[in-house]
Design a protein around this ligand. Structure first.
Ligand SMILES: [Zn+2]
Length: 337
């Protein structure tokens, strides 16, 4: 009797209990392909004056989009199979429906790495590539907001593509989603969530990155941190995946301050992951906080801390790797509130 009991306990606790996903650590070899130098090379283009602040639907934003696509193509990464190309048109009528800002047509941009074992299960990694454009002749380059998240996607995609070439591609598919219209009200991600390319029920999680290249005054003494928002609201597995990925990579200080339901900043509702979370998809938002150049013309490449951007991107890559290769998809066991 007792012996059986012990074995039962071991099965229950010793193996992680039921409904707890088991994760796979990202190999250092792939994590290390993500470098501050590469991130800088991309960001110097994405956040250059030539892109004119990437206002939604502008020529500058379209130019930045073309650069992103050229980088996917250079790494042999295609658009998702069911789509004709790298673009999801987000029509002006949709962009203006809420606030009537007279925005022109714009596009989300997507790239895709197909899973080897569960290709129909999709992990979305999102970042907005629009910013606020130009005002009074000044370019708002948006190097941190959200040039940092934009180039992080490029580097993570390259690392996954390299792993795939070595026969270690992700078990699940990954959709890299550069959304538009964020600054005007999270429009691109809302459009995707209402017009998804893959059924939302097959979307296992959204990892969203918006501003991860600097530090805020709360952490003036170190850049070895990241804010984690929303990871545990819908899924204990997603919360665990973030902790696991961090432990297997840079061991950053994970700051859950803004995950507090009563935080007045309400960041949980202020970036693109929310359009996935509201549909019940486990979602996490990575962020390094606001600073004096937030939505000002001084949000420039020179002020990005590339050592921080590198370690945060590697850490998020490790989280994505854990989710894409886990034995089971994250279970929704929380109410999302
Ligand atoms: Zn942003």
């Amino acid at each position: 009797m007792r012996k059986t009991f012990t074995i039962a306990l071991l099965l229950f606790f010793g193996f992680g209990g039921f409904a707890q996903a088991k994760f796979d650590a990202a190999p250092a070899k792939y994590m290390e392909t993500i470098t501050g130098a590469d991130l800088k090379k991309h960001l110097e283009i994405v956040a250059s004056d030539e892109m004119e602040g990437r206002e939604t639907g502008s020529a500058g934003q379209k130019k930045a989009g073309k650069y992103l696509i050229s980088q996917y193509q250079a790494n042999g990464i295609s658009h998702p199979k069911p789509a004709r190309d790298f673009y999801q048109l987000v029509p002006a009528a949709f962009l203006n429906a809420k606030y009537n800002e007279n925005l022109p047509d714009s596009e989300n941009i997507w790239a895709f790495i197909e899973g080897s074992e569960k290709p129909d299960e999709i992990l979305v990694i999102s970042a907005h590539y629009d910013h606020v454009g130009m005002k009074n002749g000044q370019v708002y380059n948006g190097a941190d907001d959200d040039g940092s998240g934009t180039v992080a996607l490029l580097e993570m995609a390259q690392a996954f593509a390299q792993a795939k070439k070595d026969g270690r591609g992700p078990k699940r598919s990954i959709l890299f989603l550069h959304v538009t219209g964020e600054e005007h009200g999270l429009h691109g991600s809302r459009y995707y969530s209402e017009n998804p390319l893959f059924p939302l029920k097959n979307t296992i999680a959204d990892i969203n990155i918006d501003m991860i290249g600097r530090r805020d005054t709360i952490h003036s003494g170190t850049n070895n941190y990241i804010y984690v928002i929303g990871s545990g609201r819908l899924s204990t597995d997603l919360y665990n995946a973030v902790e696991f990925g961090n432990a297997k990579s840079g061991n950053l200080m994970l700051d859950y301050k803004y995950d507090d339901r009563n935080d007045p900043q309400r960041f949980y509702f202020r970036s693109d992951h929310y359009n996935f979370a509201k549909h019940g998809i486990p979602s996490v938002f990575f962020f390094s906080g606001v600073h004096e150049d937030y939505h000002r013309p001084g949000d420039d490449v020179e002020k990005i801390e590339f050592d921080a951007l590198e370690k945060r991107t590697r850490m998020i890559f490790a989280v994505a790797w854990a989710l894409a290769n886990a034995d089971s998809r994250p279970v929704v066991d929380k109410d999302g509130k």
